[in-house]
Design a protein around this ligand. Structure first.
Ligand SMILES: Nc1ncnc2c1ncn2[C@@H]1O[C@H](COP(=O)(O)OP(=O)(O)O)[C@@H](O)[C@H]1O
Ligand SMILES: [Mg+2]
Length: 446
């Protein structure tokens, strides 16, 4: 039985989409497959139309029971999704797993022991992990034969990846059983130059550690999830379904024994290389480094600083006061490697070269890329979480959206609202969980 954990600390990079559809695709090629949801947000149940209100017991109860030496069996909580495809759902209780298990010996091996009880029943177990490295993710890693790191092709993907691999490297040292790590490009949009360049970077540094299969950006995947279906059911002829079928076949064909030790041992080398690339890319767009104070705040162990009370002023909209960004340069410079030309560019054009947030004097610039969106708004503690107050402006025909907001010094939390759907800013790596278990994007104004 192979146990494949889908891990990335970054939220919104496609973990749940990969988990659901890889599990479904494995079942589709005749592999008996169990999907285990280790994320308290329970998105696997939502994405597979398992009614949350009817989930009486979840993987939480089984893990806790194992930790306490009790006897709730995994088979008692499973939901059948289709032939050869079952789900062990999660529940919000999982968020308290770390606390509940404190002081219990062997608490990091609960999932491993639980899965050992069904080792004859499945060919594959796919484990969807939360966007954090805590006891839940560590349980998944300890149980795993394979780890898949989905990497979205966004601006911070390389940077996030280096952090992720560093963590995996540290954790792998604490595991007796070595696991195979593979990087999976997800939400790849071949039409964006940045996407193509990031994919090329990844291939350069991770040859042999990357799937040949790429999961393309495909809106059918999003639609399938919102209707509670794997892509194989929702649209069997879609690109998304083809990608996951190819991924399942590639995974089945991977000889983990051959790669395992060698790949884990070489993680550090690759990490150094990829970190260098990420730094280079970040330097190219001159993203200001966080201040010492911000770094302290970003460290998980550090106490939060009390931010000065933020004030909000109405947005300054283009063309009156926001930088004039011509459509053409935006297209031409959505690249990460045009250094000599970049030096000659005006400040405004440089701003257009990156997505995410950037402070300009006493205003904050938000730039993002949503080629298919009809409306992009922002909601945050600076506008009382009212997205209708702050509409981003579309710049050119390439799906770049931006707004410049005057903001006073302090720490702010926000989410983007794209065609009515709330989501974290995919180009801002600073996040924190909100009370609803979703990720808010975080920014600091100096
Ligand atoms: N390949 C893809 N194409 C289009 N949308 C995608 C793709 N992968 C994920 N998404 C969408 O992106 C959002 C975040 O994906 P999700 O799988 O929930 O990420 P995570 O589990 O890492 O937080 C979801 O709305 C999902 O439908
Ligand atoms: Mg998820």
């Amino acid at each position: 039985m192979r146990i494949v954990s889908i891990i990335n600390q970054k939220g919104g990079c496609g973990k749940t989409t990969v988990s659901i559809n890889l599990a479904s695709a494995l079942a589709g090629i005749g592999k008996r497959t169990l999907l285990v949801d280790m994320d308290p947000q329970s998105h696997c149940a939502v994405g597979l139309a398992v009614p949350e209100e009817q989930i009486e017991q979840s993987i939480y109860d089984v893990l806790i029971s194992k930790g306490r030496g009790e006897s709730l069996r995994l088979t008692e909580i499973l939901w059948q999704i289709s032939d050869g495809f079952e789900l062990a759902p999660s529940s919000i209780d999982l968020a308290a797993f770390d606390q509940q298990m404190s002081g219990i010996t062997d608490r990091e091996n609960c999932l491993k022991s639980v899965l050992e009880t069904v080792s004859g029943d499945y060919d594959y177990v796919v484990v969807d992990c939360p966007p954090s490295v805590g006891l839940l993710t560590f349980n998944a890693i300890r149980a795993s034969t394979d780890v898949i790191v989905p990497v979205d092709m966004g601006y911070f993907s390389l940077h996030g990846l280096s952090k992720q691999l560093e963590t995996l490297n540290v954790l792998s040292e604490q595991c007796t059983r070595k696991f195979n790590v593979m990087v999976l490009p997800s939400m790849y949009d071949i039409r964006t130059k940045m996407g193509r360049e990031i994919l090329a970077e990844l291939r350069k540094h991770f040859s042999g550690k990357m799937f040949k299969t790429v999961v393309n950006f495909n809106t059918k995947l999003k639609e399938a999830a919102s209707l509670g279906q794997p892509i194989s059911e929702y649209d069997p002829v879609s690109k998304g379904r083809k990608d996951f079928h190819a991924l399942a076949q590639e995974l089945v064909g991977t000889d983990t024994q051959m790669h395992r030790t060698k790949l884990v041992n070489s993680l550090q080398d690759r990490l150094d290389a990829i970190s260098a690339s990420a730094e280079e890319l970040l330097a190219t767009v001159e993203k200001p480094k966080p201040t010492r104070e911000q770094q302290r705040v970003m460290s998980p162990a550090a106490p939060a600083i009390a931010a000065p009370a933020p004030t909000f002023a109405p947005p300054i909209t283009t063309p009156a006061t926001a930088p004039q960004i011509a459509p053409e340069p935006v297209t031409a410079t959505n690249t990460v490697a045009a250094q000599p030309v970049a030096e000659k560019k005006t400040l405004d054009m440089k701003i257009a070269e990156f997505y995410g947030t950037r402070q300009i004097g006493d205003a904050m610039m938000f730039v993002t890329l949503y080629p298919r969106a009809k409306s992009v708004q922002i909601a945050g503690d600076f506008n009382n979480w009212q997205p209708e107050k702050t509409q981003l402006n579309k710049v050119g025909a390439n799906g770049v959206w931006q707004i410049k907001l005057p903001m006073t010094r302090g720490k702010y939390r926000y989410r983007l609202v794209v065609d009515g759907q709330w989501q974290q800013d995919p180009y801002n790596e600073m996040t924190e969980m909100n009370p609803f278990g979703e990720m808010n994007s975080v920014l600091y104004v100096n």
